[in-house]
Design a protein around this ligand. Structure first.
Ligand code: PSV
Ligand code: MN
Ligand code: MN
Length: 426
């Protein structure tokens, strides 16, 4: 379906146009005194994980419109991520959700991962749905539940998720809790928090020492009066309570409208507790739209904080896990993911071009306009040739989405898996 020679052929067709645009970009960078090779090295090293649950059409609670050819098993999900990675060389890992993605034959899964040059970046627990044959229901919470048997079931599930992760060489557990309340009076806020903290700590203590726990927050949904971990402050406090290998995960959609997410990112970096991202696009809340589709400037500002922190030896933050968490109803999911990765790399590339020294000087001088212009200049630049060159040098396609369409990959997947093939999971 997609071979290296197909990619070469595609790149050769676009070579002339790319050479012209890349040449102009190189000259522009040179005039600015920016080392293009250094920027390229950083872009070439960048990877963002693909969530197994984004490979099928998401849908809403009102309906779902599958486009066909969706992956029906973990094996087919790995094949889809392998395809994305072959196209852009920047999607070299996959986030799994247990129990949706339980590996039946670990060795066979590992072989398939190797074949596609993929790793498992994180395993995600699921205590937001009751599982078949479960002894206890999560209707009134999991790690926060009033009854210890329910909490223990949720703790055990998380440990089982870690076990699967261990078998596949993963070192990160992501915990997102749907726990919360719908009506005033339903929860004793302080006690519910403490039960959650102690449950998380029990999981943390049982994890291998070289594992990281990422604690995700979300202000509302599925509960609409209170969530047990509604904000980054609660996640941070819980991470601190658990220990040094617990970190905060920032899902871009998990904020109330107009929240200054870049400032949250800076704070967490400052405290050395930024563990990971779930990238997506948001207009109102947890919309799970394509990354950067609504607020590209905010995405760029977030990357500016990450780049500045990486250049600052005073920042003691562990490596950040970059992941996408998006899924919706109207696009081909693979096209959506290709767009997302491209947009993320574009935002990163722009952030790498910021003249940080000049920016800091303007900040010190309280020159507000100059400081703002120092950001706007790279933000408004067309860095697509830079991103394309990084992908090309890694062996990928100059236009990953273009090649995906040109090869009619969705039709090939439908032919292979069927029109009615619907992804397992959500
Ligand atoms: C919840 O909204 C969330 O963002 C969490 O990351 C989940 O694990 C994921 O979506 C999939 O349901
Ligand atoms: Mn998420
Ligand atoms: Mn979400």
């Amino acid at each position: 379906m997609l071979t290296d020679s197909r990619i070469q052929e595609h790149n050769e067709k676009l070579a002339d146009d790319h050479a012209f645009r890349w040449g102009y970009m190189q000259e522009w960078l040179h005039r600015k005194g920016i080392d293009a090779e250094h920027i390229l090295q950083q872009l070439q090293a960048y990877q963002v994980a693909i969530p197994s649950w984004a490979l099928g059409t998401g849908g809403t609670r009102f309906g779902r419109y599958p486009g066909g050819g969706e992956p029906r098993s973990l094996e087919e999900k790995i094949e889809d991520v392998g395809l994305l990675h072959a196209l852009n060389r920047a999607s070299g890992s996959i986030s799994l959700h247990i129990p949706w993605d339980i590996p039946q034959d670990v060795q066979a899964i590992q072989n398939l991962l190797d074949e596609h040059h993929l790793t498992i970046d994180s395993v995600n627990s699921n205590t937001f749905q009751d599982q078949k044959d479960a002894n206890h229901s999560y209707k009134f919470g999991s790690l926060c539940h009033t009854q210890s048997e329910v909490r223990q079931q949720a703790i055990d599930h998380n440990m089982e998720v870690v076990e699967y992760g261990k078998q596949l060489g993963c070192h990160t557990l992501t915990v997102w809790l749907a726990d919360g309340s719908n009506f005033p009076g339903q929860h004793h806020f302080r006690r519910a928090y403490q039960r959650t903290a102690d449950s998380l700590k029990a999981i943390y203590n049982a994890m291998p020492e070289d594992w990281t726990m990422l604690v995700e927050y979300k202000p509302y949904e599925p509960h609409f009066y209170s969530m047990i971990i509604p904000d980054w402050g609660t996640s941070l406090r819980l991470a601190e309570y658990c220990g040094p290998n617990a970190q905060v995960l920032v899902d871009l959609g998990h904020h109330l409208p107009n929240t200054n997410i870049e400032q949250i990112v800076a704070r967490l970096l400052h405290f050395g507790r930024l563990g990971g991202f779930h990238f997506n696009g948001s207009m109102y809340g947890d919309d799970d739209l394509t990354t950067g589709s609504i607020k590209p400037f905010q995405l760029f500002l977030i990357f500016c904080e990450l780049v500045q922190a990486a250049q600052d030896s005073a920042v003691q933050n562990p490596a950040v896990a970059y992941m996408i968490d998006a899924s919706h109803n109207t696009k081909d999911p693979l096209e959506d993911l290709l767009q997302s990765v491209q947009t993320i790399m574009t935002a990163y590339a722009k952030a790498l071009l910021v003249n940080t020294k000049g920016l800091f000087a303007a900040q010190e001088a309280n020159d507000v306009v100059r400081a703002e212009e120092m950001l706007k200049d790279p933000f408004l630049a067309d860095v697509r040739p830079l991103v394309a060159e990084a992908i090309r040098r890694n062996g990928g396609a100059l236009n990953p989405l273009g090649l995906y369409r040109q090869l009619d990959i969705r039709r090939q997947l439908i032919d292979k898996r069927g029109k009615l093939a619907v992804a397992t999971g959500l």
